[in-house]
Ligand binder design. Structure first.
Ligand code: NAG
Ligand code: NAG
Length: 412
């Protein structure tokens, strides 16, 4: 008798647990449905930090537990990206390579990749990295309108997308580098994440010695020059992560997005906000509508930002990267619609598809636990995993790319 009551109690507890998970799931799908991408991206961007923590149930914010308690309970994936194999679009417009690897570089990462049986199949150097006006064909619209952001344009207005993409008509919008200044024939890139591993690293000189330096989100350099350098060639972001960084890291000195004559901006198309901000920035007008209405793009990108300084990652490239390199289990969970590769991952993979040699600094390593979340924190803060990114999967990818010699991952 006693034991059956015990069993019933257990069942009740289990039921309660299941309900609470379902409830949380419901809460998230209602508050963060794709129709309100604003709140979705706001709540879960890992870069948001403080804002986020209270609002995410503890077990949901923990990577391990998501896998164990949600995925294994078999709650069906909602809105997750279809697991179909990536069918490579064969239209002519997509075959125009927008990359700039130099054929003159003897030790290009491309040759290493070609020799590797696994990565040789994963990397596709023909896929366009950046979106340009010439890609905006009826076929592209038809294909991309079937996919959610950041992989497509589902639910977004044709007028908003068309009016933005049609401005990307300068050759400068379609390439990251001009091939003029290549001392040894190789394009050497440093991609600088914001990880705590850089605190005290003294990598600044080495970073600045690269031809191009990519930075992203809360990329504070002032006061950290010795560790992270000063040079910035590309700044990568979504409008959401950029604005969150300006709020969350102002206390550490991130009061302004990097600006300057030689800096280009790489927009990640994670939301309609990114298209509207990009269009406003290129036209040099205040944001006319939407969440960022009234923002002056010059406040972010400077008053001299010419149209050629702005680049937009191709949604097709985002899709390809996710499918081939960062297909996380989270995509099959109920949080699938919130998942996308981190800003850092997108910048590093962009560099790997466009540069001849790549070094990554401030990216997650196996021993991430001994470092603070960011290099600029004053007291150690642990790196917290949220459902919108899969940092451990990213860590594995960087480790393999480093091991095979495709890129150099800074570790200590
Ligand atoms: C791009 O389009 C704009 C607006 O339609 C036009 O004014 C500009 O001259 C075009 N630029 C190029 C390089 O074709
Ligand atoms: C950064 O490094 C310094 C010196 O090694 C150390 O005192 C400080 O605690 C570190 N900051 C963080 C946030 O770990």
């Amino acid at each position: 008798m006693g034991s059956s009551r015990w069993k019933r109690l257990c069942l009740l507890v289990l039921l309660g647990l299941t309900f609470s998970v379902v409830f949380y799931g419901h809460y998230y799908t209602t508050t963060n449905s794709p129709t309100s991408p604003r709140s979705a991206s706001r709540l879960l961007q890992q870069e948001t930090l403080g804002l986020v923590q209270e609002e995410i149930p503890r077990d949901v914010s923990n990577h391990g537990l998501i896998k164990e308690s949600i995925i294994k309970r078999g709650i069906p994936a909602k809105d997750s990206i279809e697991r179909e194999t990536l069918n490579h679009p064969k239209e002519k417009d997509l075959l125009t390579p927008s990359l700039s690897q130099s054929s003159l570089c003897p030790r290009s990462l491309k040759s290493k990749i070609k020799m590797d049986p696994t990565f040789g199949k994963q990397f596709d150097f023909e896929i366009p990295v950046l979106m340009g006006e010439q890609h905006f064909t009826p076929e592209t619209w038809d294909r991309l309108k079937e996919r959610n952001v950041p992989y497509g344009w589902r639910g977004l207005s044709y007028a908003a997308i068309a009016s933005t993409v049609q401005l990307l008509n300068d050759s400068a919008n379609n390439r990251l580098f001009s091939k003029t200044r290549l001392p040894n024939g190789c394009i050497r890139c440093a991609v600088v994440g914001n990880g705590g591993i850089l605190n005290g690293s003294r990598q600044g000189k080495e970073i600045d010695a690269h031809d191009f330096v990519f930075r992203l989100n809360g990329a504070v350099t002032k006061g950290f020059e010795r560790d992270v350098g000063t040079k910035t060639s590309f700044y990568g972001f979504t409008v959401n992560t950029m604005k969150n960084s300006l709020t969350a890291y102002a206390e550490y000195g991130f009061t302004q997005v990097p600006q300057g004559k030689n800096i280009c901006y790489i927009f990640i198309p994670s939301d309609i906000r990114d298209y509207i901000m990009l269009r406003s920035a290129m036209l040099g007008i205040p944001v006319p509508e939407g969440y960022d209405k009234g923002d002056d793009p010059q406040q972010y990108f400077g008053s001299e930002a010419s149209a050629g300084k702005f680049k937009l990652l191709h949604p097709e490239f985002m899709y390809y990267l996710t499918q081939r390199f960062l297909r996380s289990e989270i995509m099959n969970s109920q949080f699938g619609h919130l998942y996308m590769p981190s800003t850092g991952a997108l910048m590093l993979l962009t560099a790997l598809h466009t540069c001849d040699q790549v070094s990554a600094y401030g990216f997650i390593t196996e021993n991430y636990r001994i470092f603070s979340d960011h290099y600029y924190e004053l007291e150690k803060k642990p790196l917290v995993f949220y459902a919108n990114h899969d940092m451990l999967l990213e860590a594995e990818l960087w480790k393999s790319l480093h091991r095979i010699g495709i890129m150099k991952l800074y570790q200590r």
